[in-house]
Write a protein that binds this ligand. Sequence first.
Ligand SMILES: [Zn+2]
Length: 247
Amino acid sequence: MRHVRGMLAALALCAGLAAHAGEPAISGGVFHVTPVRPVAQLLPLALAATPPVESGDFRPADLVELTALDPTIRLDIRYATSNNFLGTPVYSQARAFLQRPAAEALVRVQRSLAREGYGVLVHDGYRPWYVTRIFWDAMPPELHKYVADPAEGSRHNRGCAVDLTLYDLRSGRAVEMPSVYDEPTERAWPTYAGGTSEQRRMRDLLRHHMEAEGFSVYEFEWWHFDYRDWKAYRIGNVRFEDLGAGH
Ligand SMILES: [Zn+2]
């Protein structure tokens, strides 16, 4: 989903945006929407639809499964569960892919974080275009501002965007951040000054290590990072089912 505030409104990112009066329910930081039609009905329509045609020079896709590259990278793929804004799984497989240069950069992040006792816990990476289409079709029209327009695609479609947090290597548990994932409030902003000092320290530690390897944080979501090469890749629509391990 995308954020509607500010000049990045045209960009299609994760599921975050500012809360407004009269907007959908947010409980415990989580945004809930009732799909206008069941996802099971929208899926075949989205798979049959055609992504936007892009002109220009792009690199060939080279999507790599993150856990194949580094098994210590952990996953919590919310869109493969009911624990997401639609309350139902949209991915049929809990897997995460990035284009090879971004995936290799993330492995370097993982190694540098390990020296400080942390690892990365990935919520989402490459997102096939048809899933962006399902998000759009599932949303009531008055809420379309919350999701990426499939006519433009999402940065996740290009395979260089990753949503992630940290886990503690000793306990194996996710650390506490100033907001939960996909929380559409100011607490999600990487500049948010509230929360506890420890929550802000964890958020800033993640950002520091990601920036050192060429990722930049999205200004409204501490968990969303774009790799510097993201414009070099086309919108992708290959399903997870059609991507082999280590692909
Ligand atoms: Zn994202």
